[in-house]
Every structure is written in C-alpha cells, then in structure tokens.
Design a binder for this molecule. Structure first.
Ligand SMILES: C[S@@+](CC[C@H](N)C(=O)[O-])C[C@H]1O[C@@H](n2cnc3c(N)ncnc32)[C@H](O)[C@@H]1O
Length: 476
C-alpha cells in the first residue's frame, strides 16, 4: 500500500520524506505555481458541528434520523449516502441512555466513526483504497509521551465513553486514548469559503504536511474535500508548508499555540526573528499599548524595573497602573458586549462594543489586534442591523491591520476586501467597489481557485460593477 501511495504522490509531483526535527514531510518533485492545487483529499472520517447535515454539512430543512434521534440529514439523498456507516452507528447510538447522549461531542463521534469505518473496511463492506485506509491513520503522530497527566486522564475517560458506545469486547482502550491524542494534532476544522467552521475531519495524507508561520501553501475546503494550493511559487525539491494556527499574532503568541497543541518549536523565518528588533517592534504594535501623547504613533516597551512602559518614539513614560485600570474596564465591557451579542441584542451589543473601542483607543496601539477584533465585532453588528454605511467605516478601519498582520496572499485579507467591496456596492460607490473586488479576486483566485460557486459569485459581482461603471461613463 505504501508503495502505491508513493506512486500516486509521485504522479502529482510530490514525495513523502522525513526530517530529523519534524518527522514526515511533504516535498515537491515538480514546480508549483501560485493558485495551483498541490494535493486534495476526502476525509477518512468527518463530523459536522451541532445542527448540520451529517453528509453535506448544510443547515437547511434538517430532520433527525428517526431511529437514533441524534444525527441530522437535510434530505434522503444525504441519508442514503451515509447509510452504510450510519446503519451500524445508529444501532450503537440508539442503545445509549438518553442521559449519556449529551456527552456525544464531535470528538467522541469522530472516534466512534473512525472505529466503525475501520471495521467496515476490514469486513470489505467499505472498500480500502490507497488514500482511504486505516493504515494511514496508524502512521499519524500522537505525541503520547509529551501530553500532561491531566490531558491523558481526559483522553482515557473519553476512550471509556467510546467503549460504552461501541460495546466491543476486544476494543483496546489504550489505543483509543492514543487516537484521541492523534486527533488533537492531526484533525482539521472544516470551514466554508468564508472560513466559517462547519465541522471536523481527519485527512491522513494532508496530515503529512508540516507547519510554517510564513507558509507557501494554504489549506481550504470545497465542501468536505480538503484542497491544498500553492500561495507562492514553490520550486521543485521544496517542503510544502501550511499554517496550523492563526498567524496574525506575535511570535510569542504563535509559539505558545504551536507548543500547546502540536508540541514543537517553530523554526520558520518569522519565528527565527524572535527577540530581534523587528520582531519586538511587531509584537509591541500588534499586542501592545499606545503612547498617551495624542499625536504620537510610537510603540511602547516595558522599562527595566517593570513599573512603566516607555514610548520608543518620543520617550514618554506610561504608568503600569494606568494601563491596568483601562485594561480592566475593557475586560468588563467586553464581557457584557459578548453576552449581548450572544443573545442577539445587536443595538445593546453595538453600544457596548463602541465603549470598548473608545477605551482601547486610549490603551492600544492603533494597529493592535485587540482593537481590530472589537472593530470586527462592530462590523458584524452593523451588517446584522443592515447599517451598511457604518459597517463600511469599520470594515475600512480593519484593512490596514489585516495588511500588517497577514502576508499579501492570505484568505483572511482577500475575504476582508470582498466584504468591503460588497458594502461599497450596496452604497453605490462603484469605483471603490471595483477596486476592492479586484483586490479580493486577485488574492482569492490563488487561495480558493476559480471554479467554486463562491468564486463564480465574486466574479459575477465584479463584472456587474464594471458594467455599472461603463453605463455611468456612457450616460454622463
Ligand atoms: C499534522 S502532523 C505533520 C506531520 C508529521 N511531521 C508526521 O511525521 O506525521 C503535526 C506534527 O508534525 C510536527 N511538525 C509540524 N510542523 C513542524 C515544524 N515546523 N517544526 C517541527 N515539527 C513540526 C509536530 O510534531 C506536529 O505535532
């Protein structure tokens, strides 16, 4: 089987190798251009988030399976497509006491489905293929020796629940526990084209790809298919690298996230800058405080005795006490705002987030990620309220931070230009709309390809805006 996998990868200009610091890795044996698909794969197993169709992850016209009353389908087509596996899962879930059903989290369900699929493949009910077989799951890293005691106990409890559900006398609890650890560092969150999470899936070939905070490839999903595309020219003989985490944070924040979930120290070019002048400045801008002189845009660093921050542009001191006071107000208002937003009270949430924004303007650097995140919430609230004018103001304010925090060809940046263009269209700012949609298209055609309904819609909007602009030129 391994030989066959090597053959398939080689036909696509790829090979699997091993690096001392990283373990397995995916290398190119051909050149890949930006936007070109490097590899794609269907999930070995997947589960949707709550209240989504088990098969297509849609959220319309859902009905529960009449037997287990647990799994949702949007129609008979999806239900039939899932029947081979769900037939056995349904029997197990139906026997489970009602009280226990509330513990059926997506991770538990993913594990149950993993074992059922393995069994059905062993029994040849579901065919094994080179890229769709349990051997690939066996080869995944688990980091069992590195996870802490508390996490290990949690995985063991989860394994117990899987055993209660499956009721197989020969199920090896230790192996299930290890598989939970594998899921933690190998499973992917499945998102739609706008990066909204829909579910979770395990893609054992895609899982060979290692991480970089400055990646040369991006992983997106078309339905449940994982698609990896080049975002830079990738020469023959290079390692294919995607990002596992939100890369907008400072080097310290990124390294902490990678260490906690994936157990490695990243040595990408961005991380190798840790502690150097440029890196210190970047983290002080993205996650630090502002100078309290009105017109100064300098960034602050802690003074040596830790009682104040010093502006690196004008030398002014800002007391730690002052910063702590505003930070605690920000925390308290942010919590209230999040609660109002969660309960759908958009007017109240909007006014609370505006207070947070005002406080953050006194506290944070103008290009700070926290301030941007508040403005992102305000943008969403104004969109919910159909207030396009204010939504556009906030969308435009976030763009310089996106441009600073992400590389030029990043889906988040492309999506933000797209939102900007859609708002400009609604507000009849045709010229600006064309500029924003063009920027969005230039990025997203690389990260998303051009063939999906999402990209066709973007292109149609851009063409409509061009037609509107030329109509105006002709009539004036
Ligand atoms: C999804 S797996 C990637 C494939 C993995 N190298 C293997 O041998 O199967 C994730 C694991 O790979 C390793 N890894 C990924 N990116 C790395 C990097 N940039 N540096 C060091 N190790 C890395 C870490 O052990 C991480 O938990």
């Amino acid at each position: 089987m391994e030989e066959e996998l090597r053959g398939i990868l080689s036909e696509r200009g790829l090979s699997v190798s091993s690096l001392p610091e990283k373990g397995r890795c995916l290398l190119t044996t051909n050149h890949f251009s930006p936007g070109e698909i490097i590899i794609s794969q269907e999930p070995y197993v997947s589960v949707p988030n709550h209240s989504r169709c088990e098969v297509c992850f849609g959220s319309d016209k859902l009905k529960k399976c009449a037997a287990c009353h647990f799994v949702w389908y949007c129609g008979s087509k999806c239900q039939k497509a899932d029947w081979t596996l769900h037939r056995v899962e349904c029997q197990a879930l139906s026997k489970l006491e009602k009280e226990r059903q509330k513990y059926l989290t997506p991770s538990i369900r993913l594990m149950v489905k993993l074992y059922l699929r393995r069994k059905l493949q062993d029994q040849k009910v579901i065919p094994n293929t080179v890229t769709d077989n349990y051997n690939l799951v066996e080869a995944l890293v688990s980091h069992m020796s590195e996870i802490d005691e508390k996490q290990l106990v949690l995985y063991a409890q989860m394994a117990n629940l899987v055993s209660v559900i499956l009721q197989w006398p020969d199920l090896k609890l230790k192996e299930v526990t290890e598989n939970f650890s594998k899921l933690a560092c190998n499973a992917h969150s499945i998102c739609d084209s706008e990066l909204r999470p829909l579910g979770t899936g395990l893609y054992p070939v895609i899982s060979v790809i290692n991480h970089s905070c400055l990646p040369n490839a991006v992983l997106m999903f078309e339905g449940k298919t994982a698609v990896v595309r080049a975002v830079q020219p990738i020469p023959k003989g290079s390692e294919v690298l995607i990002s596992y985490i939100e890369t907008a944070g400072s080097t310290m924040t990124r390294q902490k996230a990678l260490n906690e979930q994936y157990f490695f120290n990243c040595s990408c070019p961005r991380c190798m800058n840790l502690g150097q002048c440029e890196d210190i400045q970047e983290s002080a801008v993205l996650e630090g405080y502002r100078c309290d002189a009105n017109t100064c845009t300098g960034f602050l660093l802690r003074d040596p005795d830790n009682k104040a921050f010093i502006c690196q542009q004008c030398g002014r001191l800002r007391k730690l006490e002052d910063i702590k006071q505003i930070a605690s107000e920000v925390k308290s208002f942010s919590e209230k705002a999040a609660t109002a937003l969660k309960s759908g009270n958009y007017e109240e949430a909007g006014s609370l987030y505006k207070t947070v924004e005002k406080l953050q303007l006194k506290l944070c650097h103008p290009l700070s990620l926290n301030l941007m995140s508040t403005r992102e919430s305000l943008l969403k609230i104004f969109m919910e309220l159909n207030n396009w004018k204010d939504a556009l103001v906030y969308c435009r304010m976030t763009i310089p931070v996106y441009e600073k925090a992400y590389p030029g060809c990043h889906p988040m940046l492309g999506l933000q230009y797209y939102t900007c263009g859609k708002l400009e269209w609604l507000l009849e700012e045709t010229g600006n709309c064309i500029r924003s949609l063009t920027k969005a298209f230039d990025i997203l055609r690389v990260t998303h390809g051009t063939n999906t309904p999402f990209m066709k819609e973007l292109l149609a909007k851009l063409e409509e805006a061009h037609a509107e602009a030329s109509f105006h030129t002709q009539t004036h």
